[in-house]
Design a protein around this ligand. Structure first.
Ligand SMILES: NC(=O)c1ccc[n+]([C@@H]2O[C@H](COP(=O)([O-])OP(=O)(O)OC[C@H]3O[C@@H](n4cnc5c(N)ncnc54)[C@H](O)[C@@H]3O)[C@@H](O)[C@H]2O)c1
Length: 258
């Protein structure tokens, strides 16, 4: 990059968001590290500083539009503008839909979908002010298309992320701002490590065509590509980074009749 540009990453205190923030800083971006847990965003910002990068640690709750606006005000005060938004913050709440409370339904939708809307809405005027080449990348999930019982609210929120990605891509295309989603498969992060018991890990290794769980850095690699100049003609897409999980309709250990 000719001169340092600003990237904002939500949920950057952990897992995939942290890998994106560190990766963007290595590419020369000044990174606004936003997380609802200030200690976590401070840790990621310190990692970036240790590697010689520029970071601003922000306490932002993406589900609260006033908190989102305060975060952007600090970024503009410090650095003047925004070129890249990585909408990554997300939560999981496992429950059958029939037993799910109003509160738990709204919490998942508020963070995973409405939070991405609040962030994008606040970022759009800043992205436009930078001229063409702005980027939004939303972190969706393979569970936006294939799903499992207990993941109803999560899948609904991520299906909404895919739809909103396409709508935003159309609305921002005239400004040459691209909007895409990355849909991770099963990635080892603090969110999922408790779920991946040895039996669950073995079952996923059998079900994932490439045969292994993913790492946060591999999702960050896809995000770094989508924000790069080389990806300027890609918009409104959902890129699955899942070892092939979403295409696997195989029935293993069966011989089919002819
Ligand atoms: N890990 C996986 O296997 C996987 C798979 C598919 C999609 N994803 C998606 O990737 C994203 C990151 O997941 P992860 O595995 O790194 O999770 P993680 O729990 O390790 O990190 C999520 C971060 O988001 C922050 N956060 C939560 N609520 C927030 C809020 N209201 N405002 C701001 N920050 C908030 C948390 O404090 C945390 O630091 C999520 O959107 C998740 O749905 C993860």
């Amino acid at each position: 990059m000719a001169s340092a540009q600003t990237a904002v990453v939500t949920g950057a205190g952990s897992g995939i968001g942290q890998a994106c923030a560190v990766g963007l800083a290595r590419q020369g971006y000044r990174v606004a590290v936003a997380d609802v847990r200030p200690d976590a965003s401070a840790t990621t910002a310190a990692m970036i500083h240790e590697q010689g990068g520029e970071a601003l640690s922000l306490a932002v709750d993406v589900s609260d539009s006033a908190s989102v606006q305060r975060g952007f005000d600090r970024i503009v005060g410090q650095w003047g503008g925004v070129k890249v938004l990585v909408n990554n913050a997300g939560i999981v709440h496992q429950s059958l839909l029939e037993h799910l409370s109003d509160e738990d339904w709204h919490r998942v939708l508020d963070v995973n979908l409405t939070g991405m809307f609040y962030m994008a809405r606040a970022a759009i005027p800043l992205l436009r002010a930078e001229g063409s080449g702005g980027r939004i990348v939303n972190i969706s999930s393979v569970l936006s298309t294939v799903t499992r019982p207990l993941n109803g609210p999560y899948s609904a929120s991520k299906g909404g992320v895919n739809a909103m990605t396409r709508a935003l891509a159309l609305e921002l295309a005239p400004s040459c701002i691209t909007v895409n989603a990355v849909a991770p498969g099963h990635i080892l992060t603090p969110l999922t490590v408790p779920m991946f018991t040895p039996a669950v890990t073995r079952a996923f290794e059998e079900r994932i065509p490439l045969g292994y769980l993913g790492q946060a850095e591999w999702i960050a690699d896809a995000v770094l590509f989508l924000v790069s100049p080389e990806a300027h003609y890609i918009t409104g897409q959902v890129l699955f980074v899942d070892g092939g999980y979403n295409i696997n309709g195989d029935l293993p250990n069966l011989e089919f009749g002819r």
